[in-house]
Design a binder for this molecule. Structure first.
Ligand code: GAL
Length: 682
């Protein structure tokens, strides 16, 4: 047992494997000073109460859990927020059909409402039995009441909250390292995990702006026409994404511009840049024979192909060099600012499964199982470096992540589309140092559209992924009709265009607030979007709230879905004010928003800085702020004031924090980036 930082302990059991997450090149140095600044805390149980054994199938750990504790974390989970009493098998999978733990981003780290966290340093598809399975010789046994029950749920729930431990089954391994993160609070434990991972990602300001992805079959002219239309219609957009059609060959990828569709990529990139778009390119890592670096990569690839492409062994320097240098030379240095790293997860459950098998062999010695777990993180690292080579502080999209991903400036997304699940995803990610966007693709009705846009306003990314539709959504939301150029009548198009602009502008108004929330993620480990249970674990009414989250220090957002007209929900302790009217609520609130309204509540005594919405951000620009002041004793708002663009924040001796108070007074150093034009007291 070794205390490695205040409140962070490493325990080694047996002989750990060599291909585990903590040993990978993407793992960043811990933020030692910030870890030391957290309040002192003891871990609630000692090493002696953890049991470890090995068997032919691998190894097993048992950790204490008390009946009062609830368990969170284990990665992105679209099906459930709280894992207490459940079995979770952490398999990387892009189409999880059931509530089993499968995920784009499973993470072997869990947190308890008792105020601690546990990271199991394994890339195996480990199973976590979160307190549902009692051991025969457990010391403290609880009798069930013995009653006969009629429904399946009642029958089997009868014994679920006994003193069953956390049991972790790790296939193949003969030993494992555990990292324990102390609190004292649940949020502090999460902070320790994030800080130990190197701190959360701080995207450039443009990375928090609006992202529009063009139709996958578009050519250069169509992309430019779309870009012009967005600017003409004043639809905010910072990032313009190109989907597979930019390659000569996608599935697998050639990484070469298609001459047919994109004859003059330099000109395209230049025009987009001049019009303040950052370009994001879609790709996956499976490398087609046409890719110029295919030959160089081949010896450093796995022994199965995917879609006729090589699977790079990114744990090897040679593979990273071949792939990364090409990206730097041919793409990032020529004006591409970010990437969408697709299909780095895995799929077994769809009609045409793809990706490499778990029994694959890689030249480094990794097998397909450990490679699947870490593939997304390795891939993010290679691409982040290729951007850094060109001086670009990037922010991209990714479809797979795992432990230690917190510092990577990439946001998870999915092909799944259930709106309630997409919203739940935001509430689960914070517990594992991950970012997730409930992206928009198409809609069944204007209500579905507007609600889906609103759900992204205070999420990690505002992403209109229109890759399947040739026309902007406000012209036709239903995919089949959009493809046929069947449009709404002009007045309806105009109404939808206005509603789109309003939702995107609301995002842009929150940009300084969100940027400060991400700076707090980076420097202090506080996730920008947090389930209510993370900040208020003692309030049992909040433990299953998976439809609302805390955004930054002061806001609680409750996105509505199509078909919802009213919602009564429990509120965290204290007084919460309606964002628009200032109306005060405590205990619980009933929300009945109009279609154009996203329900947001503000902690009493807050100053919320709102920027005049811009269509795109500019390097070092100054935001014009209107302050909304709630309550009679408002605390100043924190703002972060680096240039929002370069890497200077990483080396600055003192982070560029500042405050603005309810009178509009900015602290020293903020004036260059922020100016207060009005104060509104609600
Ligand atoms: C999917 C991805 C979509 C889109 C599509 C293009 O795998 O999730 O967002 O990029 O590929 O073929």
């Amino acid at each position: 047992m070794e205390q490695i930082f205040p409140g962070v302990v490493r325990l080694t059991f047996g002989t750990p494997e060599t291909d585990t997450p903590s040993r990978q090149i993407y793992v960043k140095p811990p933020r030692a000073e910030a870890l030391a600044a957290l309040p002192p805390a003891e871990f609630p149980f000692g090493a002696e109460s953890i049991r470890f054994r090995t068997a032919a199938r691998g190894c097993r750990l048992e950790l204490p859990l008390t009946p009062a504790e609830d368990v969170y974390g284990l990665g992105l989970n679209l099906k459930r927020l709280r894992h207490t009493g459940k079995k979770r098998t952490l398999r990387v999978n892009s189409d999880p059909a059931t509530d089993t733990g499968d995920s784009h981003a499973p993470c072997p780290v869990y947190f308890s409402t008792a105020g601690y966290g546990v990271l199991v340093d394994t890339a195996r598809y480990a199973s976590f039995y979160c307190g549902g399975n009692e051991l025969l010789n457990a010391e403290a046994k609880q009798e069930t009441d013995g009653k006969i029950r009629l429904t399946e749920a009642e029958l089997y729930a009868a014994g679920a909250r006994s003193s069953a431990p956390m049991v972790i089954d790790i296939p193949a391994a003969r030993g494992v390292d555990l990292y324990l993160f102390a609190g004292p609070t649940l949020l502090d434990a999460v902070r320790r995990y994030v800080l130990y991972s190197g701190g959360g990602a701080l995207p450039p300001e443009w990375g928090l702006g609006c992202h529009y992805r063009a139709c996958g079959t578009f050519n250069e002219e169509q992309v430019l026409a779309l870009a012009r239309e967005l600017r003409e219609k004043h639809i905010p957009c910072d990032i313009l994404g190109l989907e597979p059609g930019w390659h000569t060959h996608a599935y697998s990828c050639s990484f070469v511009w298609s001459k047919e569709r994109f004859p003059e990529p330099e000109k395209l990139l230049q025009e987009l840049q001049e019009n303040h778009f950052r370009v994001n390119l879609w790709e996956h890592a499976f490398t087609h024979p046409e890719a110029p670096f295919h030959g160089e990569l081949k010896p450093y690839s796995g022994d199965f192909k995917v879609w006729n492409g090589l699977v790079p062994d990114f744990t090897l320097g040679e593979a990273r060099k071949a792939f990364g240098e090409y990206h730097a030379e041919q793409l990032t240095r020529r004006g591409v600012s970010s990437f969408k790293l697709d299909e780095c997860d895995n799929s077994d459950f769809i009609s045409t499964p793809w990706s490499f098998p778990e029994c694959s062999e890689f030249p480094s010695g990794h097998d397909g199982e450990t490679m699947h777990s870490m593939f997304g993180c390795l891939y993010m690292e290679v691409i982040d470096r290729a951007c850094r080579e060109a001086g670009i502080r990037t922010c991209g999209l990714v479809r797979c992540a795992h432990a230690f991903a917190a510092p990577q400036p990439f946001v998870l997304y999915s092909d799944l589309y259930d709106h309630a699940e997409f919203i739940r995803g935001v509430t689960t990610c914070g517990f594992s140092g991950l970012l997730w966007t409930p992206e928009f693709r198409h809609a069944t009705s204007p209500e579905d559209y507007i609600r889906r846009l609103q759900a992204m306003v205070l999420s990690p990314a505002m992403l209109l992924n229109i890759w399947m539709m040739p026309n902007p959504p406000w012209r036709q939301l239903v995919r089949e009709r959009n493809v046929e150029n069947e449009f709404y009548p002009p007045e309806e198009q105009e109404r939808l265009e206005t509603l789109t602009r309003e939702a995107l502008e609301l995002r842009m108004r929150f940009l300084p607030y969100l940027y400060a929330a991400f700076a707090a993620y980076h420097f202090e480990g506080t996730p920008p979007c947090r389930a209510l249970a993370m900040d208020f674990p003692e309030d049992k009414r909040l433990r299953e709230v998976d439809y609302a989250w805390l955004a930054g220090e002061r806001l609680l957002v409750v996105p509505f879905r199509a078909g919802m007209s009213e919602l009564t929900m429990p509120l965290p302790p204290g007084v919460w004010c309606d964002f628009r009217t200032g109306e005060r609520h405590s205990g619980e609130v009933t929300l009945k928003p109009e279609l154009g309204e996203l329900p947001i509540l503000v902690r009493e005594n807050s100053v919320i800085p709102l920027a005049d919405p811009v269509e795109f951000v500019e390097n070092g620009m100054q935001y014009q702020l209107t302050l909304r002041v709630y309550g009679s004793a408002p605390e100043p708002a924190r703002l972060f004031a680096d240039d929002g663009w370069s890497f200077d924040y990483e080396d600055a001796a003192v982070p560029a924090w500042g405050t603005v108070d309810a009178d509009g007074t900015l602290s020293a150093g903020l004036g260059k980036r922020y100016s207060v034009k009005a104060v509104e007291r609600l």
